[in-house]
Design a protein around this ligand. Structure first.
Ligand code: CA
Length: 227
């Protein structure tokens, strides 16, 4: 599963450099030049982590962080602050408003990347893990392979992403719209029925040896992978 990063930074050269480095790590990066746009993006789509510059025109990184923590949709998302200030009081203030970590400009890019990875590992360990397991289903992201017990599953790329997403959140019900967002991405014009078709294919692959069906259809709500 791709990790979605929101980067809010008004210094364009820095934003471009960070985007380049984050994309090289395999992250899906969306940038915003100010707090207002960052907030709009957060309301529109799910992110796994936000990297916020402290000093922004309009809504500051601090204020945006406070709003992220106040919103139940984004409350648990890790937030990394970038700051040009190094005073200890400011650092403390940064963390007390709910940022999970911060780096002081100028920072080393490898260090920032390592700390982002640490935050993600803590917040969404199943998303970061190369191999995830749920019951007798195992998925190896690096090898793009999944098994049920000892049986290797024949899955297309979309079914593989769908399975990975369900396995990242076992026991949770996802609506078709949520699955579209997370698996297909918001930009793609795909009908919600595509979700049903893909779930059908995935179920078939998972149960082709007569195994019990692990994906539950929850009426009027969506789909869930049994824990
Ligand atoms: Ca700035």
């Amino acid at each position: 599963m791709t990790i979605r990063v929101l980067l809010v930074e008004d210094e364009e050269a820095l934003a471009v450099m960070l985007r380049y480095n984050l994309e090289a790590e395999g992250y899906d990066v969306t940038t915003a030049p100010d707090g207002e746009e960052g907030e709009l993006l957060l309301a529109e789509q799910p992110f796994d982590i936000a990297i916020l510059d402290w000093m922004l025109p309009g809504v500051s990184g601090i204020e945006l962080c406070r709003r992220i923590r106040a919103d139940k949709r984004t409350r648990d998302m890790p937030v990394m602050l970038l700051t040009a200030r190094s005073e200890e009081t400011d650092k403390v203030r940064g963390l007390s408003i709910g940022a999970d970590d911060y780096v002081v400009k100028p920072f080393s890019v490898p260090e920032l990347l390592a700390r982002i990875k640490a935050l993600l590992r803590r917040a969404s360990p199943r998303k970061i893990a190369e191999v995830i397991e749920t019951g007798d289903i195992r998925l190896d992201r690096a090898a793009h392979t999944a098994w049920r017990g000892k049986r290797k599953l024949r899955l297309g790329p979309v079914e593989m992403r769908l399975l990975a997403f369900l396995m990242e959140n076992p026991g949770r019900v996802h609506s078709r719209a949520q699955l579209l967002d997370h698996v297909w991405g918001r930009d793609k014009f795909v009908d919600e029925r595509a979700v049903d078709v893909c779930i059908g294919r995935l179920r078939k692959a998972l149960t082709s040896d007569g195994e019990p069906n692990p994906i539950r259809t929850v009426r009027a709500a969506g789909y869930m992978l049994e824990k």
